[in-house]
Design a protein around this ligand. Structure first.
Ligand SMILES: CCCCCCCCCCCC/C=C/CC(=O)SCCNC(=O)CCNC(=O)[C@H](O)C(C)(C)COP(=O)(O)OP(=O)(O)OC[C@H]1O[C@@H](n2cnc3c(N)ncnc32)[C@H](O)[C@@H]1OP(=O)(O)O
Length: 338
């Protein structure tokens, strides 16, 4: 390649990275400031000035994550508006809908955006959070497999650190969290829903579960702990080894989800469940949650770096890379055959 074309490519890459950094700053379409920002309408969506306001708040995590996004910005190109967030001003309940086609897979940028939005909603005093999806038949396909396949090590470390961060924030969240599972929810998608206090799943041909072994990988300890805390030790033991993907009816039978209702009733069911939970004094409810979840949280909090090292050394093994490559190819093949 000639010097001229190389420098042209470099200039294009730089421009792309600047553009994507700007996109990153606007990853979330909206942000409502409960308490600090008055609401005018139910489910009001935030304007540019709210966004600007939210970007000014100094926060170590934010600046760290902005640096990350700058560093790895090429992968986030064209991926703004990954989340649709709204807040009901009368109840203080936020709804966060994932909208990252085709399958809401968790990339570094997506996880970063989720962390930032959780922080914002929490610091704005939201009392409840509904996590759902804007994509039909998909809650989330879990981790973005291409983040783990033939990875850049620095990015891979950041990816895992950000996933840990998201899990820690959500699993211990002060907010009442409800998952509206209107689509498939394998692996990391199942993990996110299990972090919530309550799960409502649509009936139909959908699946949910920790299927890591089917990819030739092992769910880390904090994934399995979360499953054990949800369905109990014996069920988790079977499910983890088999990589079991449950139908909605199977999932409700083992307690992996709390309710299964027709798709069209998910929103109303979530709303009435939230109304019930909102009646409980918030402080007592959150402390009760932490009493049960803190030991699990602590286990990761005390070993975060070791967990990142284990993950990186495991996932970069040649045999694991081969399995991931084959799984990805099979997914692509299946998608093409449709
Ligand atoms: C010694 C012990 C040491 C222990 C140490 C342990 C530490 C290491 C631990 C490592 C653990 C890592 C944990 C990983 C957890 C995960 O989340 S891995 C991801 C698992 N996810 C899946 O298996 C889901 C795969 N996807 C699907 O099954 C389906 O896509 C779907 C059911 C979700 C949706 O089906 P459908 O609507 O029919 O869409 P598709 O046509 O299948 O897909 C569309 C499109 O998306 C691509 N895609 C799907 N999923 C992913 C994904 N997760 N990542 C990236 N891309 C994905 C798919 O290939 C299609 O792409 P194309 O259209 O072909 O381009």
């Amino acid at each position: 390649m000639s010097m001229a074309s190389k420098s042209m490519l470099n200039a294009q890459a730089l421009a792309r990275s600047r553009l994507s950094y700007r996109c990153y700053n606007h990853l979330s379409k909206i942000h409502v400031g409960l308490g600090s920002t008055p609401y005018s309408t139910k489910n009001s969506k935030v304007t540019a000035s709210h966004q600007a306001h939210s970007l000014l708040s100094p926060c170590k995590l934010l600046s760290q994550q902005k640096a990350t996004a700058r560093k790895f910005s090429q992968r986030s190109l064209g991926q703004d508006n990954l989340l649709d967030v709204s807040v009901d001003s009368s109840s203080g309940v936020a709804t966060l809908k994932m909208q990252k086609p085709p399958v809401n897979s968790f990339s570094l940028e997506f996880l970063t955006s989720l962390c930032i939005n959780l922080d914002k909603l929490h610091s704005d005093g939201c009392r409840g959070l509904v996590i759902g999806s804007s994509l039909p038949k998909i809650f989330s396909a879990g981790l973005e497999i291409t983040e783990m396949y033939q990875p850049d090590e620095a990015r891979l470390r950041e990816f895992w650190r950000t996933l840990q961060e998201f899990w820690i924030k959500l699993y211990g969240s002060q907010m009442i969290t409800i998952a509206a599972i209107t689509g498939h929810s394998p692996a990391g998608g199942c993990l996110v829903s299990m972090c919530c206090d309550h799960r409502v799943m649509a009936d139909g041909k959908l699946t949910i579960g920790l299927n890591e072994t089917l990819l030739g990988i092992v769910a880390p300890r904090w994934f399995s702990d979360t499953l054990i805390n949800t369905v109990g030790h014996r069920e988790a033991e079977r499910a983890l080894q088999l990589g079991k993907l449950y139908s909605p009816q199977e999932a409700v039978a083992v307690g992996l989800v709390d309710q299964v209702v027709p798709l069209e009733s998910v929103a109303a069911t979530v709303e009435s469940t939230m109304a019930q939970w909102l009646k409980i004094p918030s402080h007592a409810r959150h402390l009760s949650k932490l009493q049960l979840r803190q030991p699990t949280l602590d286990r990761l909090l005390h070993t975060r770096q070791e967990d990142i090292d284990n993950f990186v050394s495991f996932i970069t093994k040649e045999s694991i890379q081969k399995s991931l490559g084959m799984y990805l190819a099979a997914l692509k093949q299946r998608s093409k055959a449709k």
